[in-house]
Design a protein around this ligand. Structure first.
Ligand code: DSN
Length: 400
């Protein structure tokens, strides 16, 4: 076995399958080319102009280029482009702001939050005391009353964290930030999923109201796997020390260079058009799920404002894991997901999360969404749709 065989097979899998995993994307050849460069050979602990190794003249310029572009794109005072992942970005932001044992308010994992927002089995939950808010049972929207009630019940909360992994609606960062600030709390937004939408102005930006904004770089923003943190001027040196040497050692210079390539692309007008199309496609997909069979598919919140659709699949008589497997066997990838107030365990779930970033990168448009939903519906009914899926993939490729 030669590893290149697996690389090739994975490439073929990605090309021939219909990927609806909301947190994935296809990077451009430009980003992938930069990722695979000689910068992988370089050690560069420290920051531009202040390194622990020699030979960093081009590394310094590459990292500074990424920092400058991130600040420009997100209109932020300061950017750190070294975090190895979204979770590392969050841990470094906490490390900059908090002491062990400090109290934090964040969005519940079971309602669409993230592991690194205080799950008991994650470092965040072990080192800090998290309390949570969720969504309302009737409409699935963030429960602002619970958000306020938690703040009032826990006056020792130091930091408020917003942002989600599985929430299909726009988050009112301005309002939540104002509520937190009125009470003297620090405010952080994790925009891992929606960073591309925020960068393109398709989702309101949390930057003006946040002390820290964290993200991963491989989802809607379509960059290499990694993380990034933005912060206000007063936190800049604390953040940099929290990333290195606080929570990481040497940076991945080739990944930082690829983040710069991603940011160059994100500053182009085509990127805004792409993000608008991602949302338009997700809205069309939500509508198609509602129309195909509302008894089988209940679209959580009735629709979407972003790149994902959350579907309660209880009406299909199957759980999320069974659906993920059935649909996956036909070359269509969705993922099982908790729905709010889910009675099933996380290994099963009653939900399916579907996202449009990947199919939109391939060129799919609103009119394609009902067809995609049909493939999913037929696959859930046990039909073989492999041939139809592969014909669809060739068709969208031929339109490019
Ligand atoms: N695992 C990611 C997702 O799929 O949403 C979050 O980190």
């Amino acid at each position: 076995m030669n590893i290149l065989e697996l690389v090739q097979r994975e490439g073929e899998r990605q090309k021939s399958s219909l990927n609806l995993i909301a947190s994935e994307n296809y990077v451009s050849d430009y980003v992938r080319g930069v990722l695979g460069t000689v910068f992988t050979n370089k050690y560069a602990e420290g920051y531009p102009g202040k390194r622990w190794y020699g030979g960093c003249e081009f590394t310094d310029q590459a990292e500074q280029h990424a920092i400058d572009l991130a600040k420009q794109l997100f209109k932020a005072d300061h950017a750190n482009v070294q975090p190895h992942s979204g979770t590392q970005a969050n841990l470094s932001a906490y490390f900059a702001m908090l002491n062990p044992g400090d109290k934090v308010l964040a969005f519940k994992l079971e309602h669409g939050g993230h592991l690194s927002h205080g799950a008991p089995f994650n470092a965040s939950g072990k080192y800090y005391k998290f309390v949570h808010y969720g969504v309302r049972k009737d409409d699935g929207l963030i429960d602002e009353a619970e958000f306020v009630a938690q703040l009032d019940a826990h006056p020792d909360i130091k930091l408020v964290v917003t942002g989600a992994s599985s929430y299909p609606r726009a988050i009112n960062f301005e309002k939540l930030g104002a509520i937190a600030k009125e009470r003297g709390k620090l405010f952080m937004a994790d925009i891992a999923h929606i960073s591309g939408l925020v960068a393109a102005g398709v989702h309101p930006s949390p930057v003006p109201v946040s002390d820290f904004v964290t993200m991963s770089t491989h989802k809607t923003i379509r960059g290499p796997r990694g993380g990034m943190v933005l912060c206000s001027k007063k936190w800049a040196s604390k953040l940099d020390r929290a990333v290195f040497p606080g929570t990481q050692g040497g940076p991945l210079v080739h990944v930082i260079a690829a983040k710069a390539a991603m940011l160059e692309e994100a500053l182009k007008p085509e990127f805004v058009a792409y993000q608008k199309q991602v949302v338009a496609n997700a809205k069309a997909m939500a509508k198609a799920f509602t129309e195909i069979n509302p008894r089988r598919y209940r679209v959580i919140t009735g629709g979407t404002d972003n790149h994902m659709v959350m579907v309660d699949i209880t009406g299909t008589g199957k759980n999320g894991k069974e659906i993920e497997d059935l649909v996956g066997a036909q070359g269509v990838y969705v993922n099982k997901n908790f729905i709010p107030y889910d009675p099933r365990p996380n290994t099963e779930t009653s939900g399916m999360r579907v996202g449009t970033p990947m199919v939109t990168t391939l060129g799919a448009r609103e009119a394609d969404m009902p067809r995609i939903v049909q493939f999913i519906d037929k696959a859930i009914s046990g039909e073989n749709v492999k041939r139809e899926v592969s014909a669809f993939m060739s068709e969208i490729e031929s339109r490019r």
